[in-house]
Design a protein around this ligand. Structure first.
Ligand code: DPP
Ligand code: ZN
Length: 870
């Protein structure tokens, strides 16, 4: 694949004012007639020809200003159409022929369970018709869709419905949709199929009534209620939190079962992976409900951050994704518990983004080069992109941040914008120079912040010495210091924060700005030795290394007024023990952690959801990243297992009492408070089951049998899954029989088994692939089974014999011909191979070479293989 570079950006030579599409749906021969009003861009290159993108297109006919084009007037291939018109404005009419049934890439127009649907971001529209398929060409779309009335009674497009009706004597019907808002081609969508509508209604702040619709497979209507509720709450929240109103008469969401992404924000017609729409107490867990709420919100929020203001080019992807993730995080924080949401987000950030940033696939939040843009829908663009927005807010404060956002919406509505445009709004609204801050977008790698504190009793001062450094990453051997907003507090012996006043008398409002490689901050008026609570709320996306003692961490875990840092203190204690345990083969003394854990467990004032997070040990991937080099996944697993045992043994009574106290009688409700109680109850059960005694296993099995909702049922199944026992077999078999007909639930069952840390797991996964419930052509099934093994089972993926790697490579090479995006996603599980001990690393490298050397690779997979080997 050829590199595309940010530095080479040029404005388009031709613009498109309007797009009129006439699409006649047919399973294998769909006809698309596109009429494009093309106009030479005064900012483009003078005299440049019209060059339109295509991808595997079959051209039927072509006309310019109504006249059929003669042979010499154009040059067409499946992947490109070039014209040299004499006029600076003309109407191009192109007819193409598509086979949606044969489209297994799930990009462009395809079929899923008999329904026609589209996915155009980032470069799928060119698989429908020839077009300047780039995000800075904005046009007004009118779409006529025609289809067999029985096969596709529902026809949906972007925007508002203009008219619809039967086509007499043909058994077919049509619908015409018009979207008044200019948009790039990646936001185009259509859907046609037999779908049931779950209706809803919303009135915007200024009184515009909006018809809401969630379209699902017939029979699944009763599972769309929560998504509808989440949609309405999202619409209201964007009005109050950001002053953003909805701008069409309808908003539709369609749930489909074959989808590469989580969901897609097409204007007025979001298309969703059904996993993120469908929920009922019997089939969805609390985590599913929370994901649905977040993703419904995310796609809805794109209506402003992404659609009304879109990206100039794909290098600016974080402009819409990082910002929109930030917005959905804030929404969920407001709907649920803010501290618990922050903890969950940081856990995800560390598990995914920090890992990516530490390996061969590391790249800046705004990359400067790509070979395959599909491979840049990453944790770095999304999650670190959101963290950068959060840091901006920490620097500017609530009011400054809002003023910058208001200016951004006012100034760039209708634009295809850049990160520079975005930052300029905040600089202008607040008067701050953000040039240094902007480096966060360009520099990859996770900065390390070393902070040492010293107390001078005689002078009454407390000094913090701060050193920042960022390790080299691909293409960036040396790094510059960043502007890091470090939220902190100095906690006095009574647990209260001391006032923060710098030596020159400047008060600090809780956030220090670290700007240099080495810096010292001296606080005055400090009467007793404080404990520094650093990076509160995870204000900066950094690896923090402190000189806090075990006693300090125990103190913070009990007394910090920042809940995130209470969580972080206990996790830091655990990480220290786990690192040493993995290195030394036995667990070091750990009484302090047990003590801190006991205090948290027994603290009646704490939110159960918080306790469940704080008492869950860091995952094996997270421990491996903390170790960083020469990782032996078996040693990590053994250390974690030993610490789990120690906690289970020391806190048996506490977990038993908590298990009893967290019982939540009455019908299931998905709210955050009830979910927190269930989470803590299952965590307690998990620790109580650690000994694996018959009594313990029977208690878990009884709980499994008695469960009246999926959260408890799956939670107890996951507890049992860790114990090779008759109880596990019974529960797994029972679960399969109960939910065999429910693919989304079967995904959970597949994932769970793929993550069992036992030597037989790889064979089990191979056997599960043969079941009729599994399918290599459904992305959810593949991710649930193969993806879970590759990313959620470090000991079995990284088997010392290399069989896990060979298995993944086989799957990737098989899948690549069908669905390159899915294949490359799976392959990126190799991003951690360089941190492994030499024997496993050599096997992983050999497996990656096998991929790189395979003939006929897609750009997607070739790009990941080559970068991973880098
Ligand atoms: N649909 C994906 C998302 O919302 C890509 N835009 O993040
Ligand atoms: Zn998004």
């Amino acid at each position: 694949p050829q590199p595309v570079r940010l530095a080479d950006y040029r404005p388009p030579d031709w613009l498109v004012d309007t797009v009129d599409l006439d699409i006649s749906l047919h399973p294998s021969a769909t006809r698309v007639v596109a009429r494009l009003a093309l106009r030479r861009n005064p900012e483009g290159e003078a005299g440049a020809p019209v060059v339109l993108d295509g991808d595997g297109l079959v051209l039927v006919r072509l006309a310019l200003d109504g006249k059929p084009a003669a042979g010499g007037a154009f040059d067409a291939s499946p992947d490109r159409l070039t014209l040299t018109p004499s006029a600076d404005r003309f109407l191009l009419e192109v007819e193409t022929l598509l086979d949606p049934t044969a489209n297994t890439q799930l990009m462009g127009l395809y079929r899923t369970g008999g329904t026609y649907c589209t996915q155009c971001e980032p470069e799928g529209f060119r698989r429908i018709t020839y077009f300047p398929d780039r995000s800075d060409v904005l046009a007004v779309y009118t779409t006529r869709i025609e289809a067999d009335r029985d096969a596709a009674p529902v026809l949906l497009g972007n925007g508002n419905l203009l008219r619809n009706g039967p086509i007499a004597g043909t058994g077919r019907h049509y619908a015409v949709w018009h979207d008044p808002w200019p948009k790039p081609s990646y936001l185009f969508a259509l859907v046609g199929g037999r779908l049931a509508k779950v209706p809803g209604h919303f009135v915007t702040a200024s009184g515009r009534p909006v018809d809401l619709g969630i379209y699902v497979e017939e029979g699944k209507q009763d599972r769309a209620g929560y998504a509808m509720d989440a949609l309405r709450r999202s619409m209201r929240w964007d009005e109050t939190a950001f002053g953003r109103e909805y701008d069409l008469d309808v908003f539709n969401i369609v749930a489909v079962s074959d989808f590469n992404m989580g969901a897609m924000e097409n204007k007025g017609l979001n298309v969703f992976n059904d996993k993120y729409v469908l929920a009922s107490p019997e089939t969805a867990t609390d985590a599913d409900y929370a994901n649905i709420e977040a993703i419904i919100a995310h796609e809805y929020f794109h209506n402003w951050t992404g659609n009304r203001i879109t990206c100039r080019d794909w290098f600016q992807l974080c402009l819409k994704e990082g910002l929109t993730v930030f917005r959905d995080q804030e929404f969920s924080a407001d709907q649920r518990s803010r501290p618990v949401k922050r903890i969950a987000d940081v856990r995800l950030l560390k598990a995914q983004q920090f890992v990516e940033d530490a390996g061969p696939l590391a790249h800046p939040v705004r990359p400067e080069m790509y070979r395959e843009i599909n491979n840049f829908y990453t944790a770095t663009v999304y999650e670190k992109g959101a963290e950068v927005v959060r840091m901006l807010k920490a620097l500017l404060g609530e009011a400054g941040f809002r003023a910058g956002m208001d200016l951004y919406f006012a100034r760039h509505d209708g634009d295809a914008a850049t990160i520079e445009d975005f930052l300029a709004c905040f600089a202008e609204a607040t008067g701050r120079d953000l040039a240094h801050f902007a480096l966060w977008y360009a520099q990859s790698g996770t900065p390390r912040l070393d902070v040492a504190g010293s107390y001078d009793e005689a002078a009454g001062t407390y000094r913090l010495d701060v050193v920042q450094s960022t390790p080299p990453t691909p293409g960036q051997p040396t790094k510059a210091p960043l502007l890091i907003p470090l939220a902190l507090g100095l906690v006095g012996p009574n647990g209260h924060d001391l006032p923060l006043v710098l030596a020159d008398g400047t008060p600090v409002e809780g956030v220090l700005e670290v700007t240099q490689e080495k810096q010292s901050f001296v606080f005055t008026g400090v009467g007793t030795r404080p404990v520094a609570s650093l990076n509160r709320g995870f204000s900066a996306s950094v690896n923090l290394v402190t000189d806090l003692s075990t006693d300090d961490l125990v103190f913070l875990a009990a007394h910090d007024r920042d809940p995130f840092n209470r969580f972080d203190a206990i996790q830091a204690l655990a990480v220290q023990l786990l690192k040493r345990g993995a290195a030394e083969g036995t667990l070091p003394p750990h009484a302090a952690l047990l003590d801190a854990a006991r205090r948290l467990l027994e603290d009646g004032a704490l939110d159960p959801a918080f306790k469940a997070q704080a008492l869950a040990l860091p995952g094996e991937n997270e421990i491996a990243r903390e170790i960083g080099t020469q990782v032996d996944p078996d040693a990590v697993h053994a250390a974690r297992r030993a610490l789990r045992r120690a906690l289970a043994q020391a806190l048996t009574d506490g977990f038993a009492a908590t298990y009893a106290a967290m019982d939540t009688p009455g019908p299931y409700r998905p709210d955050a408070a009830s979910a927190g109680r269930r989470a803590l109850r299952t965590l307690s059960l998990d620790y109580l089951t650690v000994p694996g005694t018959p009594d313990a296993l029977q208690r878990a099995l009884a709980r499994y049998r008695a469960a009246d909702n999926m959260t408890d049922r799956f939670g107890t199944l996951a507890v049992l899954a860790q114990h090779d026992s008759p109880e596990r077999r019974e529960a797994l078999d029972d679960f399969y029989v109960r939910f065999e007909k429910d693919p989304l639930v079967i995904d959970k069952w597949l994932s769970l088994q793929a993550q069992i840390p036992e030597a037989g797991t790889l064979d089990r996964v191979r056997a599960l692939m043969l079941l009729p419930v599994f399918s290599m052509s459904n992305p959810n099934r593949v991710r649930a089974l193969v993806g879970a093994l590759a990313t959620g089972n470090p000991t079995q993926f990284n088997r010392p014999d290399g069989a896990g790697y060979d298995f993944l490579v086989d799957v990737v090479l098989t899948l690549d011909a069908k669905n390159p995006q899915l294949a490359s996603r799976l392959l990126s599980a190799f991003k951690t191979w360089r941190q492994l001990e030499p024997k496993r690393a050599a096997l992983a490298e050999r497996a990656l070479r096998k991929v790189a050397d395979a003939p006929g690779l897609s750009d997607d997979v070739a790009d990941i293989a080559l970068r991973a080997l880098g």
